[in-house]
Design a protein around this ligand. Structure first.
Ligand code: GH3
Ligand code: MG
Ligand code: MG
Ligand code: MG
Ligand code: MG
Length: 302
């Protein structure tokens, strides 16, 4: 571990540097609370041993400010108190300290505290990674890497509200892979998954404006929200997607629509001055999707 020693006394500093180095850790020095605070963000360390009594900012004030500067990212802080008594210990823990050592510091106790803190750091980092994974999983669809339905709904609602406020058009596109059951039955589920990935890739390629929002909505269904686009503009991009799928030309031997994998698209647009919610737009897009399906598939209906 890289251990930041915040200590104004040269004698105590020298002793701590010696002990910490012997235990195989790397000591980093700050001569005052102010210096320690300046180091945040510039120097990397895993733990802090903080003197309490210092001229200028004392250990408690420094801890408080350090926690703030770290934006509450956790970092173990262990106080090194003199023999000021139990009240000081309580005050230190309240100020944000995780543990304390009493001066003169016993090398054995220092070693014990470092082991305990290192264990906490490991657990903390593991939790942090898990948390990151979880928040990723809660927004993305694992197969295609596109947003999932949850994330889409969350973001799309905001876009629709903003569009209404600024009186801009917005369009929703529902798309569904044609004869996908037959695809799975003929090629198998693994190939079926590859097919969905391909469709996902085409969608990311075609809907490439920064404001385009798209997601895997469910099984073989995808959804797109186009900001600042009316039904004609939406139809135009939808055609581009149909063409892109044709260019990709992934064979679909069992499709009665085309020799390649195709999708059907239903579009609904929020017209200027119209008061509708995202849910109603999606419903309307779904109805047009049904029309696209029943009128021959591989097409967009708005
Ligand atoms: P249509 O052209 O009318 O849309 O017909 P379809 O066969 O595509 O529609 P249907 O709803 O009957 O079948 C959808 C199929 O999609 C059934 C389901 O097993 C399959 N499916 C849904 N999710 C996945 C997935 O993640 N992977 C694979 N391989 N198949 C999936
Ligand atoms: Mg001191
Ligand atoms: Mg479907
Ligand atoms: Mg279906
Ligand atoms: Mg389908």
């Amino acid at each position: 571990m890289k251990i930041l020693i915040v200590e104004d006394s040269a004698t105590i500093r020298a002793g701590m540097i010696n002990m910490i180095s012997k235990l195989g850790h790397e000591p980093i020095i700050a001569h005052s609370g102010e210096e320690a605070l300046q180091m945040i963000g510039l120097t990397d360390f895993d733990m802090v041993i903080m003197d309490v009594d210092m001229p200028g900012l004392d250990g408690f004030e420094t801890t408080h400010l350090m926690r703030e500067a770290l934006n509450y990212r956790w970092l173990p802080i262990v106080f090194a108190t003199g023999n000021e008594g139990d009240e000081k210990v309580l005050e230190g823990i309240r100020a944000g300290g995780d543990d304390y050592l009493t001066k003169p510091i016993s090398p054995t106790l220092l070693e014990a505290k470092l082991i305990a803190m290192q264990r906490l750091v490991v657990i903390h980092n593991e939790l942090g990674e898990l948390n990151e994974k979880l928040s990723y999983l809660s927004t993305k669809d694992e197969l295609t890497g596109l947003y999932n339905r949850r994330m889409f709904s969350q973001k799309a609602e905001e876009v629709v509200q903003l569009s209404k406020r600024f009186n801009k058009p917005v369009s929703v596109m529902m798309m569904d892979v044609d004869h996908f059951k037959l695809y799975n039955d003929f090629y198998g589920h693994v190939e079926g998954d590859q097919c969905l990935k391909m469709v996902g890739n085409c969608i990311s390629k075609i809907f490439n404006r920064k404001t385009d929002l798209f997601a895997r909505y469910g099984g073989e269904e995808f959804i797109v929200l186009l900001s600042d686009s009316n039904r004609y503009q939406a139809l135009e991009v939808a055609e581009k997607l149909l063409n892109e799928l044709e260019t990709q030309g992934m064979p679909h031997a069992k499709s009665t629509t085309a020799a390649h994998v195709t999708v059907s698209i239903g579009i609904a647009s929020l017209n200027q001055n119209e008061e509708v919610k995202l849910g109603e737009l999606i419903e309307r897009a779904d109805k047009n999707l049904y029309v696209a399906k029943t009128s021959g598939r591989n097409r967009a209906i708005a």
